[in-house]
Design a binder for this molecule. Sequence first.
Ligand SMILES: *Cc1c(COP(=O)(O)O)cnc(C)c1O
Length: 217
Amino acid sequence: MSITTNLKQIQLAIPENVTLVAVSKTKPNEAILEAYQTGQRIFGENKVQELTDKFESLPKDIEWHMIGHLQSNKVKYIAPFVSLIHGVDSFKLLKEINKRAAQNNRTINCLLQIHIAEEETKFGFDSTEVTELIESEKFKGLQNVNVIGLMGMATFTDNEAQIKKEFSSLQTLFTKLKNQHPKLNTLSMGMSGDYQLAIECGSTMIRVGSSIFGNRN
Ligand SMILES: *Cc1c(COP(=O)(O)O)cnc(C)c1O
């Protein structure tokens, strides 16, 4: 099926309060432009160089989300334009984003990544760490970052019960933090294979790549 058909189907199938991030990593500009023609404006990339190249060559009303693991030394390249950074997994990184945002006279929206998967390889805070961080003075002192929610990735498995358990635990944490900090309004969870389940578990932002653009090589 075409990108246009795939995208329209997903847009129709998801509730209005759920934001769709079209994950365009590894895909050429032509594919992104086809999605853009359908009205899609939010795109996600996971590599700094690719994100920067695409920002420079594509329409300026695209909102670019950094969804991958971000190294502190690369924040400066995306700080001038990025609209949301999903995978903030350390205070050190948040501090660097704050510094580079200030240099660009902007405030950068961020999500704190929570480790929900069983796999060792996934980055992120655990629930105690993130609760402590949000309450801390050092966190409140950061003027140029706006932490608007949480992000998580489930274990890569066919076991639906396990995925559901992981998404539910993230939702519980999100709801708890949101009660104390109403500014938190975004829960980024769900990809091509599991976004329906994620929405059932309270996701407000899904990151979908292959179901829109086809498989990546
Ligand atoms: C690649 C990627 C996605 C999209 O994955 P699909 O399975 O192609 O939908 C979502 N989130 C992150 C963090 C990714 O790196």
